[in-house]
Design a protein around this ligand. Structure first.
Ligand code: HEC
Ligand code: HEC
Ligand code: HEC
Ligand code: HEC
Length: 402
């Protein structure tokens, strides 16, 4: 089957530039401070075009159609998921690349790390909601019974026409949250169920509200929070009394690292809202008061949650040892990484960054692939957890420091 004529990827690259310019502006270094240990997504954005990813991948519609749209695929659970996705197709894409007459990209310095950070951050910001769907939800979720918008609606709650036009979704979420106690009381009085937000509902609803405002125009778009401030908010607002983030001790609420919390920060805010009833009950039992957020606190809190999920669930060394043997690594690199057909790997230590190890694997993939097909070892494809295990073993199990 013939493909459609090739798209002009230069203009696609520009499209991506627009789609994520907000990213560059909003991040302004806040999220990528040293504490996060992540690469630089702004740098990664440049690599995404520079390394030709954009030829096959779109980001929210701008870009190639050969691979999945990375702004939509919502498969960005953690570093390991992105790295496994890239690794798995590192050989398969070879053929396509040859067809397209391009060279397979290799990475140096922090390039792989930056690129993964960029792909990870694509999910931070919302997909644009649909205000028309939002308008329907405004009625369906009974908001209209208590709030005015477009000149109609009830008056038990404040008119939402006075929100600044284009106000950041997280500001709306914060308002909703802070007014929660009164609002929920007022709902219960009317025997209305506390609304729950599924999927993209909160994005659509807020998109509608953002078109409603009559006041000044907010220029804040969607500001990225500050993750390190957010970590302090997580403690000071009492979240840490009930939640861990990749911990093991606190059990009242789910571990917010391990819980599947895919989606943009506003969608995560929606899920916080959904757990309002359960949370109120749990808080009453602990004699706590519902936290109120001011200024950028909610944005900071969500930035913290978002960033701390990047590193994912740490791998298991022993399971990684099994991967190392069963996937053929031991065949070429030796049981203890001493090297046989392939170079030794026993110089790897826990100090090495996992991004660097995958980068080396990626760069060597064609050479590895050549040897592997000679010895009829199938190309190892990894699930995110398997890659995490393997990396745990490579970094901790081979260093000879056992
Ligand atoms: C020649 C086309 C092509 C190029 C170039 C390419 N990819 Fe892909 N990519 C694909 C295809 C096709 C898939 C779907 C998975 C598969 O078929 O193995 C994919 C899958 C992925 C996935 C997993 C996505 C998911 O939702 O599971 C990630 C992440 C990814 N690519 C990132 C990149 C990055 C980053 C670059 C640039 C270094 C890149 N790709 C370059 C074609 C390409
Ligand atoms: C039963 C009545 C009722 C319903 C239904 C209701 N609200 Fe409210 N809402 C209120 C009240 C009352 C307040 C103000 C509470 C206060 O002053 O503390 C409020 C406050 C708010 C605020 C804060 C406004 C600000 O100035 O920051 C937002 C945002 C909001 N509601 C959104 C919604 C949305 C979205 C829905 C539908 C999903 C909804 N409300 C449904 C009664 C309601
Ligand atoms: C008093 C205990 C308690 C406190 C304090 C608390 N939570 Fe929770 N949280 C829970 C419980 C219990 C659940 C599970 C609710 C459920 O299953 O419906 C939960 C669930 C969640 C969820 C997941 C919702 C989902 O979709 O599964 C998120 C996100 C969350 N909490 C965030 C927070 C944040 C952020 C804070 C701090 C502002 C916080 N929680 C404070 C008890 C608490
Ligand atoms: C069939 C043999 C073969 C298998 C199987 C194999 N490799 Fe390799 N590997 C090589 C060769 C050969 C090189 C060096 C390629 C080069 O220099 O370009 C290499 C290079 C590497 C490097 C980069 C080393 C450096 O010094 O930069 C890493 C890391 C690596 N392999 C890890 C793995 C892991 C993990 C597995 C199992 C999933 C694996 N290899 C499976 C042959 C193999």
């Amino acid at each position: 089957m013939r493909r459609k004529p090739e798209r002009d990827t230069r203009s696609d690259a520009r499209g991506i530039g627009c789609a994520v310019v907000i990213l560059a502006v909003a991040l302004s270094g806040q999220l990528t401070g040293q504490e996060t240990g992540m690469g630089d997504p702004v740098q990664g954005q440049k690599l995404f075009a520079g390394k030709d990813c954009v030829r096959c991948h779109a980001v929210r519609s701008a870009g190639g159609r050969i691979g999945p749209d990375l702004g939509r695929s919502a498969a960005k659970g953690s570093f390991f998921e992105i790295a496994a996705g890239m690794w798995n197709h590192s050989i398969g894409m070879e053929q396509k690349i040859r067809e397209l007459n391009r060279v397979r990209p290799v990475f140096e310095n922090d390039e792989f790390r930056d690129l993964v950070a960029f792909v990870y951050f694509l999910n931070y910001f919302d997909e644009p909601g649909d205000p028309r769907v939002g308008e329907v939800l405004f009625t369906e979720k009974h908001c209209i019974q208590c709030h005015r918008a477009e000149g109609q609606g009830g008056s038990a709650g404040p008119s939402l026409e006075t929100l600044p036009r284009g106000v950041s979704p997280l500001r709306i979420a914060q308002g909703l949250w802070n007014h929660g106690p009164d609002m929920v009381r007022s709902m219960r009085r009317r025997q209305l169920a506390v609304p729950q937000f599924q999927g993209t509902e909160i994005l659509d609803l807020f998109a509608y509200l953002r078109t409603q405002g009559t006041g000044r125009v907010a220029r804040e778009f969607q500001s990225a929070g500050d993750a390190s401030r957010g970590e302090r908010v997580f403690v000071s607002k009492g979240c840490s009394r009930c939640h861990d983030v990749f911990g093991g001790g606190v059990e009242i609420g789910p571990d917010l690292g391990r819980l599947d919390l895919r989606g943009s920060v506003t969608q995560i805010a929606g899920r916080m809202w959904n757990h309002w009833p359960a949370m109120t009950e749990a808080m009453e039992a602990l004699d706590m008061r519902m936290p109120i957020f001011s200024e950028d606190e909610l944005a900071d809190l969500l930035a913290y949650l978002f960033v701390s999920r990047y590193a994912g669930e740490p791998g298991d060394l022993e399971r990684g040892r099994v991967q190392y043997r069963e996937r053929g690594c031991a065949f070429c690199h030796g049981l203890d990484g001493e090297g046989t057909l392939g170079p030794p790997l026993d110089w790897l230590t826990p100090a090495e960054e996992m991004e660097q190890v995958v980068q080396r694997m990626w760069n060597h993939a064609p050479e590895m692939w050549g040897q592997m097909s000679e010895h009829q070892i199938p190309w190892p494809r990894f699930e995110a957890g398997e890659l995490a295990d393997l990396l745990a073993f490579l970094l901790q199990g081979l260093s000879g420091e056992e």
